[in-house]
Write a protein that binds this ligand. Structure first.
Ligand SMILES: NC(=O)c1ccc[n+]([C@@H]2O[C@H](COP(=O)([O-])OP(=O)(O)OC[C@H]3O[C@@H](n4cnc5c(N)ncnc54)[C@H](O)[C@@H]3O)[C@@H](O)[C@H]2O)c1
Length: 440
């Protein structure tokens, strides 16, 4: 089938590549000319394992192409996927201007009827509202379907090609059938395609993300209680997670969640939930606890080194909001770095993938290192901010020798307390007693 994906970011490119890979002919549109140029030159504009190869293969086969020209993108398309950003406004609600603009531009350029599918995460009622906007600018019939995207950056292809479930919210059953058929190749392992109302599909995405964020904030609150009581949160976490009703996933204490989804989705859900008349105090608390984790890390560092950090140098391992991505949107590492720099500190940073994306945010205010050990010389402390695999078993002797003082603040609880004591580090983590110095 001929289709068009509007928005060539994380969700749009994965959607375009996977539908092209299952035999469709897909135009991927973006307003960012530099991004389209990079794609045409065979480069994926961000790091996502396997995606560049899949794009190249389908481009060569003539099933996938890139354009900034909406008219070219939607010409002959029977399905238009909307995958543009829905960033937070200052008050936490979702900014829908990009999705409205993209939908209207695509509709104006249509050459015939088309099904519009909203892949972006949008508040309940958006599909119905944008469908009405579109009806004003095109004579063609354009039913709107909501198919929220559940992929995770870092395993996006696997998530799209083998999803746990596909949720298709359609108030027009025939349009829903077309979109369900397009997903059939990805659910041959008997995973469900769930047909719902459009509004329920929109809400399912927010409820899923808010629940996962809630688990992280919950264990972070337990971690703080542990710190006050001198208990090791790891022991508590393991005991909790062994209960089959609870499980271990998303119960890892640390410096908090980040990324382009959890933070904004929790606040947006609270915003439109409250506007509808619901009490959303639990959602507010999830968000507040997450921000508190960053503040606590900076406070821990200042308790150790003093409020003024001029003359202090910190090594930072990990910048991306999680491993296997170069995405630094809402990354705790950048928030903590900003706070340390504002207090006069210097920093040398390393991340296996996110150096360039960080440079676009922090510019030359920090020193970028191509090797984790290059960040260590002269460091008063190392901050571990992302749980990349390569940080899990480092050469502690080499680290100790390079650093000015053997101090680690671990925002991801990567190391055993006994290992840290044995290796001679002063070690501060989250929800566990500090060792090897006793402070923090
Ligand atoms: N990133 C994720 O892991 C993820 C997962 C699930 C859902 N989502 C949701 O999917 C949506 C997109 O997220 P993303 O991370 O892919 O965003 P992104 O910022 O990576 O990509 C969005 C793209 O849309 C383009 N764009 C904006 N307006 C346009 C227009 N009028 N015409 C054409 N292109 C336009 C931008 O230039 C950008 O390249 C958001 O609502 C997000 O919440 C994201």
């Amino acid at each position: 089938m001929r289709m068009c994906v509007v928005g060539s970011g994380y969700v749009g490119l994965v959607t375009a590549a996977c539908f092209a890979d299952s035999g469709n002919h897909v135009a991927a549109v973006d307003i960012d000319a530099a991004k389209i140029e990079r794609l045409r030159a065979g480069h994926c504009p961000f790091y996502e394992p396997g995606l560049e190869e899949m794009i190249a293969k389908n481009e060569r086969a003539g099933r996938l192409w890139f354009t900034t020209d909406m008219a070219e993108g939607v010409r002959g398309a029977r399905v238009v996927w909307l995958a543009v950003g829905t960033p937070p406004r200052a008050d936490g609600s979702a900014d829908l201007s990009m999705i409205e603009r993209a939908a209207v531009e695509a509709a104006k350029a249509l050459t015939g009827p088309a099904i519009f599918v909203i892949k972006s995460t949008v508040p309940v009622g958006t599909g119905a509202r944008v469908e009405r906007l579109v009806a004003e600018v095109t004579p063609h019939r354009c039913p709107f379907v909501s198919t929220p995207e559940f992929l995770k950056e870092g395993s996006a292809l696997a998530d799209f090609l083998r999803p746990d479930r596909v949720v298709i919210g359609a108030d027009d059953p025939a349009a829903g059938d077309v979109i369900a058929d397009l997903h059939e190749p990805f659910v041959r392992n008997n995973k469900p395609i769930l047909r719902t109302s459009r509004a329920a599909a929109e809400l399912t995405k927010y409820a899923s993300n808010a629940y996962l964020a809630a688990r992280i904030s919950f264990i972070n609150e337990i971690a703080e209680i542990c710190e006050h009581l001198g208990v090791d949160v790891n022991e508590v976490r393991r005991g909790m997670g062994a209960d089959q009703r609870i499980g271990h996933h998303f119960l890892y204490p640390g410096v908090g969640y980040g990324g382009s989804c959890f933070p904004k989705d929790v606040t947006a859900l609270a915003s439109f939930g409250r506007a509808a008349g619901a009490d959303c105090s639990l959602l507010d608390a999830i968000h507040a606890r997450n921000l508190a984790q960053r503040v606590a890390m900076v406070a821990r560092i200042k308790a150790r080194f003093g409020a003024r950090l001029a003359g202090r140098r910190f090594a930072v391992w990990g910048l991306a909001f999680k491993p296997q991505t170069d995405d630094v949107r809402e990354a705790p590492a950048l928030a903590v770095l900003e706070a340390l720099l504002a207090s006069g500190a210097e920093a040398a940073v390393y991340d296996p993938q996110a150096l360039e994306s960080t440079r676009r945010v922090l510019g030359e205010r920090v020193t970028y290192c191509q090797d984790p050990y290059d960040a260590l010389p002269g460091a008063d402390a190392l901050l571990v901010m992302t749980e990349w695999m390569e940080f899990r078993s480092p050469d502690f002797e080499r680290m100790r020798a390079a650093m000015k003082s053997a101090v680690i603040f671990d925002g991801r609880n990567l190391y055993n307390l006994s290992t840290m004591e044995r290796e001679g580090f002063e070690y501060h983590s989250v929800g566990r007693p500090s060792v090897g110095g006793g402070r923090g």
